[in-house]
Design a protein around this ligand. Sequence first.
Ligand code: LLP
Length: 393
Amino acid sequence: MASYGSPLYVYSRTAIENNWHEFDLAFGQHPHLVCYAVKANSNIAVLNVLAKIGAGFDIVSIGELERVLTAGGQASKCVFSGVAKTKEEISRGLEAGIRCFNVESSAELDRIEQVAAEMDTQAPISIRVNPNVDAKTHPYISTGLKENKFGVDIDDAIALYEKANNFKHINIQGLDCHIGSQITDVSPFIDALDKVLDLITKLNDRGIEIAHLDLGGGVGIRYDDEVTINISDYIGKIIEKVGNLEIILEPGRAIVGNTGTFITKVEFLKQNSDKSFAIIDGAMNDLLRPAFYNAYHQVLPVNKNAIGIDARWDLVGPICETGDFLAKDRQLSLTEGDYLAIMSAGAYGFTMSSNYNSRPRVAEVMVSNDTHNLIRKRETIQDLFNTEYLIND
Ligand code: LLP
């Protein structure tokens, strides 16, 4: 903190590498590609660390594609997801030579065919089907139910594959599904897998070859005391069922979630008869998950404090919103000036941060063995408005 200031995100390089290797090694000799979901944490140093060990990437925008390329990642290992790819995104993806577009609707397939035709090339695609399984996760991060906006209804998928098969500039590569995030039980994944394997058989019967199956991301991590999925067990179950089919996975949170912490300082302590508030310098604009999903993150003191006030504290930020809290009702011993570590903040922490209340976005640091490096400098006040203009009149 002395060198970098507060608040601050800190990530562990070794932990990121270990998590990716855990997925990769669990496949053994089975053909596979572990595509890290860039949206979880898109800092180019994080991407670079993963690119160096051979990771593929799941991207959802041209911005994420350019980050991956800048970080040394290979386009040929990128799968491009997302419900609304623009023409520019499609043509840039084709030009860069991405591995596959995960197509989410019939209209999007038309657009990809059109762009590929204009470029006189073939677009590699898979269709994201919605297997209609309940991932039993937070409703905001559940994506595999019929009522969600994602993917193509599994009952309509055959017709769409047949349409794709008749397009001149579409090259069918795979089949894709992603049912949600922070899933802690393997059974919804297996239900989805059974459904999509059944679909692949039907496609094969119609002469449509599927070279890879992309099962998306979604493996949950431990934030509190939840028991979550054992990765090698999950991958073992996949391998058992899929024959020689190449498998792609798109884990985000499981690669980076528990490798990062958000460090924040206690500014003031404020107690009344009912409540104890610790007002901290970090806020919902820096780490949105508690405010947005009522998400739980463990809080640990950075240094043990003998003289603190013992209480059950709500940790609240400086933003003018009642929802601006990072944790509620935590037994801690605190004094002003203490630093706290908000744990498991490596995924969807910085990437969901904003400048709300004109707060500069914080710095990010990566620890590798016994060194630490700044991987994103703290924004300045000038940065907040240097892309804005006054009107002249
Ligand atoms: N693939 C697709 C198509 C996705 O939509 C997502 C996440 C992933 C992969 C990666 O999922 P993961 O392995 O990280 O669960 N902001 C929320 C999470 C939103 C997830 C969106 N999609 C949160 O903070 O919990």
